[in-house]
Design a protein around this ligand. Structure first.
Ligand code: ATP
Ligand code: MG
Length: 361
């Protein structure tokens, strides 16, 4: 075993794969169910390639058990020195997916992987190792992994499986011009319970927000993504008054686009009154959202090129003054052009407070 390599036990199959890949300047994607050793293999391989003098980058596409960058993001980093684990790789770029699972955020996940691979290569990476989530069963997982392979066009696919759980996707992947390497799961693998996974995320979020501050953004100065909020024309006060009566709720905010009305309320409103409102305003859809849905929501802070500068926690919306307060470790927020709304609510101490699904806000 080369010097400086982490003290993992590698099986003869892993050792052979590492030797084959050590000198390859290529895009290499890891596939495998949960707790199969994907992240461990990625770190071992990155170290081997570095020791062969290859400029190697790692794209960490696992948004739940993130090692490079905070959870909810796809992170990319370049190896400068051998690393004991992937967590030691310093992030060079992150892409905000907005959730700790790719479910419901498949477009962002695929776009993110593609963007991070491009960034790695633009930064001079000769080899890119892509670590992924353990989401491999079912139709959605299959579509996601095939889309990632299509987006990345890897020369090598390292498939780590207990039995034959990846075969349903490998059969077609291996018809592409890439080499599929099937590896067994090492006996030494330690399983992580859902509680352990959440605990790990909590620590990562806590550390990320440890040295954070609040920035106030004017709604007129930023674009919002992943939400209806701040994307239409605010209603006149008379119309807001009508909405209050019709919905029998406090209305903090209301805005419309050609086909759609978006209302922020303080309580759940019934379907019947929504129909009345849709008819009155002549829109196809009305989306009501309780104001609590926004509090502590994670946001991606993007610049005008769409690059994610940092992530933040939505602390407060001041509806009267049309500002939004965000807690983030980003020091200089002057380049922030877009706030991308995520689906996870998190306190700065790392505690997760629940999810908001795409389309609900
Ligand atoms: N070859 C190995 N020798 C010893 N321990 C290992 C080996 N491979 C993995 N492990 C241990 O097993 C655990 C799971 O491995 P790892 O995190 O690499 O799996 P994963 O497939 O990336 O999991 P996840 O589903 O969380 O992404 C870790 O604690 C790791 O240290
Ligand atoms: Mg992993």
């Amino acid at each position: 075993m080369p010097m400086n390599e982490s003290p993992q036990q590698t099986s003869p199959e892993w050792e052979q794969a590492l030797q084959t890949l050590a000198a390859q300047r290529a895009r290499i994607i890891l596939l495998g169910a949960r707790d199969t050793g994907k992240t461990t293999f990625s770190a071992l391989l990155a170290n081997r390639q570095l020791s062969h003098g290859i400029r190697v980058a790692v794209v960490d596409a696992d948004v739940g058990q993130s090692e490079i960058g905070p959870p909810t993001t796809i992170g990319m980093g370049m190896l400068e020195v051998p690393v004991p684990t992937l967590h030691a790789v310093v992030p060079r770029a992150i892409y905000f997916v907005g959730s700790v699972t790719p479910r419901g955020r498949m477009l962002e996940t695929v776009n993110g992987v593609r963007a991070m691979v491009s960034k790695a290569e633009e930064a001079g990476a000769e080899s890119v190792i892509i670590d992924t989530t353990g989401f491999v069963t079912g139709a959605a997982a299959r579509r996601l992994k095939c889309a990632k392979v299509e987006a990345v066009r890897p020369q090598f696919v390292v498939a780590i499986q207990r039995k034959d759980e990846l075969e349903h996707m490998l059969r077609s992947i291996e018809r592409r011009s890439c080499t599929v390497m099937r590896l067994p799961v090492p006996d030494a693998v330690v399983l992580k319970s859902p509680q352990m996974r959440q605990q790990r995320r909590m620590i990562r979020f806590f550390r990320y927000f440890q040295d954070s501050r609040q920035h106030i953004f004017e709604l007129a100065q930023v674009g919002c993504e992943g939400t209806w909020f701040n994307t239409g024309t605010p209603l006149e006060w008379k119309e807001v008054h009508f909405l209050r009566e019709a919905l029998r709720s406090q209305v903090f905010w209301a805005e419309r686009t050609s086909e759609h009305l978006f209302v922020i309320t303080d309580k759940v409103v019934d379907e019947r009154s929504l129909e009345v409102v849709a008819k009155t305003f002549r829109v196809a859809h009305v989306t009501p959202a309780g104001v609590h849905r926004f509090v502590k929501l994670l946001l991606g802070l993007l610049d005008a090129d769409g690059d994610c500068l940092a992530i933040g926690i939505l602390e407060r919306i001041d509806f009267a003054n049309r500002t939004i307060t965000v807690r983030t470790p980003l020091k200089d927020a002057s380049r922030v052009a877009i706030l991308r709304f995520g689906g996870l609510k998190v306190r700065p101490d790392g505690k997760e407070l629940g999810m908001v699904n795409p389309g609900e806000i």
